[in-house]
Design a protein around this ligand. Structure first.
Ligand SMILES: [Zn+2]
Length: 238
């Protein structure tokens, strides 16, 4: 099992400042992306995985800088967080989609995307669209496995409601998917039908980090305790 202390995830909160991203009814992507990035950073820290965000407030970071932050810090995984938008509101377009760069290997970026989506599938979503290839600048520039997540459509009211209700679950799912990608946590808790510490079936794997860790067993606990000495980058941004 790899030591998570040596790992680093860079979470890119898409847009920011004068770049609002997609907006709908006064709600803008940049704010949702930041909320989710900060919550995901927290959830990763619960799993012993250091993470930093490309911004910690409503500031603008040029797209070229975002991947550069990950490159300069020699990050192991780059996750760019966005929300999608369809031409007309509340159409059939709904759900969560992940992108990897046009030429990204499926066994690295593609696998990370798949693992995260399979966790998100149980975190309260309308649907999982799947993994696609996309020509995104941040993904092209990132020198490490990199994915972009479109976390539901900002002009779909159901997606928005689910996003607000389940934001902690979404962040937990992204964190667990990343942990699975790193090989830090495996087993029943990741395959569904996991049990909590009392042996009760949990069904929902979403926000129950504690449940997940119980199910993962003592070795994982020990490993995580060890990793708790990491100087966590919680709240830290470049
Ligand atoms: Zn966006």
């Amino acid at each position: 099992m790899e030591s998570s202390c040596n790992l680093l995830v860079v979470l890119d909160a898409g847009h920011g400042g004068q770049d609002f991203g997609a907006c709908f009814m006064g709600r803008c992507e940049k704010d949702d992306n930041l909320r989710l990035a900060l919550e995901t950073q927290k959830q990763l820290s619960f799993l012993g995985i250091p993470a930093l965000t490309t911004r910690a407030s409503d500031t603008f970071a040029p797209p070229a800088i975002r991947a550069e932050i990950a490159n300069k810090t020699d990050a192991d995984l780059f996750i760019s967080l966005h929300r999608a938008s369809s031409p007309k509101p509340n159409e059939d377009a709904a759900g969560i989609e992940s992108f990897v760069y046009l030429t990204s290997p499926l066994e690295t970026s593609g696998r990370a995307a798949q693992l995260i989506l399979s966790e998100l599938a149980d975190a309260g979503v309308q649907r999982i669209i799947g993994v696609s290839r996309g020509n995104f600048g941040v993904l092209r520039r990132a020198a490490m496995p990199a994915i972009l997540l479109d976390m539901g459509f900002i002009n779909n009211e159901i997606d928005n409601r689910l996003f607000d209700i389940n934001i902690t679950a979404y962040a937990g799912a992204i964190a667990r998917g990343a942990a699975a990608y790193f090989g830090l946590l495996t087993g029943a808790a990741f395959l569904g039908g996991g049990q909590d510490c009392e042996g009760n079936g949990t069904g929902a794997r979403a926000p129950e980090i504690k449940t997940l860790l119980c199910a993962a067993g003592q070795d994982t606990w020990r490993a995580l305790r060890q990793k708790a000495r990491c100087p966590f980058a919680l709240g830290y941004t470049v």
